[in-house]
Design a protein around this ligand. Structure first.
Ligand code: SAM
Length: 319
């Protein structure tokens, strides 16, 4: 746990305040830190959760902080990018992470590029000080992938179109009216759906800010509205005639069918009474009972070996 290691790092004199923590999650415990703390979070609902806790939250690193703590994500390119951005702010750089998120490999990589100071191992992870080095090559700006779309290192399926989304695209060619794309990623599904002239507006709802910024570049259509928001709680300005969705199926290492289920429940809530949900899911994910709970009419469409496609209509209203 970050908080356990933070206490030890403080005792070792590794941390001066003011501090900023890059990649803090919504439940981060900063109680060990004595001075001003800024939390840099570009993911919802963590960002808003931290704000509601009355903490100082921002989306960009600040210059002039005494210490920047990098919370290590599992994705290697994103982890390297965070370290490079932190190093560019000046000040002291501390890297913290779990073994399961690759902290040992990152420590080795940092030693190969720069100078590493004290290292503390605790609670299935490590916290270490980075005391110098040139990390500019680790910056990972958004770039076009092989399919020609802008994606960021934090994006789902950054290298190309997700095969599940490609399967769903085949059944959302003729949507009409107001559409919501829950977990819109860098905009592949919404961009595809917008080939239909009968769509009046499409709301792209995405948790990851860098990915949503890529969607803005990929989907240049005046009918598209972009929301940096939690898809499990998002409410569009008017009820949707269609919801399209390829829900997230893991967060970090853990599988998250509960998160996917919350997407489906919200889809039912925001649809018109005659509205339709179009869903793709990995074959192994158990969404049938959730669909039947929230929709009176559920049909499975021809899918692929790996993905199931569903059309769910007549949303049941929560009592
Ligand atoms: C399986 S991906 C699908 C992305 C995109 N629709 C596509 O077809 O490529 C799921 C997306 O949901 C996003 N996501 C995860 N949790 C979210 C949440 N609570 N609210 C909004 N988006 C979320 C992820 O960042 C990811 O981009």
């Amino acid at each position: 746990m970050l908080s356990t290691r933070l206490r030890l790092a403080l005792d070792e004199g590794m941390i001066d305040t003011p501090v900023q923590i890059l990649g803090a999650d919504g439940n981060v415990d900063i109680s060990p830190l004595p001075g001003p703390v800024t939390l840099i979070s570009t993911v919802q609902p963590d960002h808003d959760r931290l704000s509601r806790r009355g903490l100082d939250v921002a989306t960009d690193l600040r210059a002039g902080m005494a210490t920047t703590i990098v919370s290590l994500p599992r994705e290697r390119a994103l982890a390297r990018d965070r370290i490079a951005r932190a190093a560019a702010t000046g000040g002291r750089i501390i890297v913290d992470g779990q073994k399961t998120d690759g902290i040992d490999a990152m420590l080795k990589a940092c030693r190969a590029v720069g100078t590493v100071g004290p290292v503390i191992s605790k609670a299935h992870g490590k916290i270490f000080a980075l005391e110098g080095g040139e990390f500019r090559d680790w910056l990972a700006e958004p770039a076009r992938n092989d399919d020609g779309y802008w994606t960021a290192p934090s994006s789902f399926s950054a290298d190309g179109i997700d095969p599940g989304s490609a399967a769903l695209a085949g059944v959302i060619d003729s949507l009409a009216g107001a559409v919501v794309d829950l977990g819109a990623g860098w905009g592949y599904l919404a961009g595809h759906a917008l080939r239909s002239d009968a769509i009046t507006e499409i709301h792209l709802v995405e948790a990851d800010l860098a990915t949503l910024d890529c969607a803005r570049r990929n989907v240049e259509d005046p009918r598209a509205v972009f929301h940096w928001a939690d898809a499990t709680a998002f409410t569009p300005p008017r009820s949707a005639r269609h919801v399209i969705c390829n829900p997230p199926f893991h967060k970090g290492r853990a599988g998250t069918p509960d998160l996917g289920r919350a997407f489906l429940a919200n889809a039912a809530r925001i649809l018109e009474p005659r509205g339709t949900l179009w869903l793709v899911a990995n074959r192994h994910l158990p969404y049938e009972s959730t669909l039947n709970e929230h929709f009176a009419e559920v049909s499975e469409l021809p899918g692929t070996n790996a993905f199931k496609l569903y059309r769910a209509a007549r949303p049941r209203r929560a009592r």
